[in-house]
Design a protein around this ligand. Structure first.
Ligand code: 5GP
Ligand code: ZN
Length: 116
């Protein structure tokens, strides 16, 4: 639920300041503090879940909430037409550095594929 040692739990609880752009019953969206694109927003569940690979049965609705929040924020950021990317890093090879499930919403510039 809430892990007092987790930065993102603390951001969701507003114990650490961040630029929160969007909040629902289940999801919080805030700007990444080290942006890799003109729009770089992190979407997290309010509950402490370590990564996408820890999602259990019955948490499909949470994923749908995250995607819906991303679609909403892409519109408010003005990147819905130009395009955007939604990425979740899982584990060391992907470079996950914060162990609270998050999706990166990136946009506002041309992006390469595949990512490095
Ligand atoms: P990961 O590498 O785990 O996929 O992504 C973690 C992201 O969290 C990074 O892009 C990093 O810049 C961001 N981040 C780490 N600490 C904070 C913080 O305290 N506040 C905000 N807004 N973003 C953070
Ligand atoms: Zn957490």
């Amino acid at each position: 639920m809430y892990d007092s040692s987790c930065i993102f739990c603390q951001i969701a609880a507003r114990e650490i300041s961040s630029e929160i752009l969007h909040e629902t019953d289940s999801v919080v969206g805030f700007r990444d503090s080290n942006p890799k694109a003109p729009t770089h927003i992190l979407l997290i569940p309010k509950d402490h879940i370590v990564s996408v690979s820890d999602l259990g049965d019955g948490q499909g609705a949470l994923l749908a909430d995250i995607v819906q929040a991303a679609t909403h924020l892409a519109k408010t950021e003005g990147i819905d037409v130009s395009g955007w990317r939604l990425v979740a890093n899982v584990g060391p090879d992907a470079g996950q550095s914060v162990f609270h499930l998050h999706f990166h919403l990136l946009g506002g510039r041309q992006m390469a594929w595949p990512p490095g």
